[in-house]
Design a binder for this molecule. Structure first.
Ligand SMILES: C[S@@+](CC[C@H](N)C(=O)[O-])C[C@H]1O[C@@H](n2cnc3c(N)ncnc32)[C@H](O)[C@@H]1O
Length: 211
């Protein structure tokens, strides 16, 4: 097995175990048809270099994340690393919010767009293919994450620099190092973290944290 494949396998295991998500068997089949249906639950393109492998947030957990962020129709919900698009799509379906997904893998972007079409929220959601570290996220009022601990820490300076004070950030499974969350919720077999971007950013949080 290649080193890169091993790295991806280790990261996927971390997401599933540390993030407390669905068991491995559910990875490709975690479909809750009561609120959404997935067009094509095949695994994503493994040839694209990503910081985190594709593992879905279970639909129940998606709902809880959006509830924790207190999403309303006035919000613009960004999911950084949006996978099959379920978080922005649910934000649009259930809360009439606007949703934006940033995803590096073209096949997942396509899948998310198809799904948005299928459930008639394509006028309220947008999926942009690209690197989340390069994306313009300045109009987000809510940001959701299901990444990895080191990726969250690397992302923290960008979030604090580019997001307006008052923007809520919710992370599935992983904290953000020294940035203390406002709330930590245990839900199903995982933890969800909520932060609010402050008006005054403590200088040490602007720096990338030692991994
Ligand atoms: C663990 S999955 C989460 C998917 C979705 N947010 C969810 O919660 O169901 C992480 C996603 O981030 C994407 N990703 C990883 N690195 C990325 C990067 N640098 N820029 C954009 N997307 C990235 C992966 O392709 C994958 O779809």
């Amino acid at each position: 097995m290649h080193v890169r494949s091993l790295r991806l396998l280790a990261a996927a295991t971390a997401l599933l175990l540390l993030g407390g998500a669905a068991p491995l068997a559910g990875w490709a089949q975690d479909i809750d048809t009561s609120t959404t249906s997935i067009v094509d639950p095949t695994p994503s393109d493994t040839t694209v270099d990503a910081d985190v492998p594709f593992v879905r947030t279970p639909q129940k957990v998606v709902n809880r994340m959006l509830e924790l962020a207190n999403v309303s129709e006035d919000d613009v919900v960004y999911d950084l690393g949006s996978g099959d698009g379920r978080i922005p799509i649910t934000a649009a379906q259930e809360y009439d919010a606007r949703g934006v997904g940033i995803e590096i893998k073209p096949d997942l972007v396509q899948q998310a767009r198809q799904q948005a079409n299928l459930v008639n929220v394509d006028h309220r959601v947008e999926f942009r293919q690209g690197d989340l570290f390069e994306a313009d996220i300045s109009d987000a009022t809510v940001v959701t994450l299901y990444l990895l601990p080191d990726v969250n820490k690397r992302l923290r300076p960008k979030l604090l620099e580019e997001l307006e004070p008052g923007t809520r950030v919710v992370s599935h499974g992983f904290d953000m190092g020294q940035w203390e969350p406002d709330e930590v919720v245990q839900y199903e077999d995982t933890y969800l973290y909520l932060w609010t971007v402050p008006k005054v950013i403590p200088p040490h949080l602007r720096e990338p944290e030692e991994q």
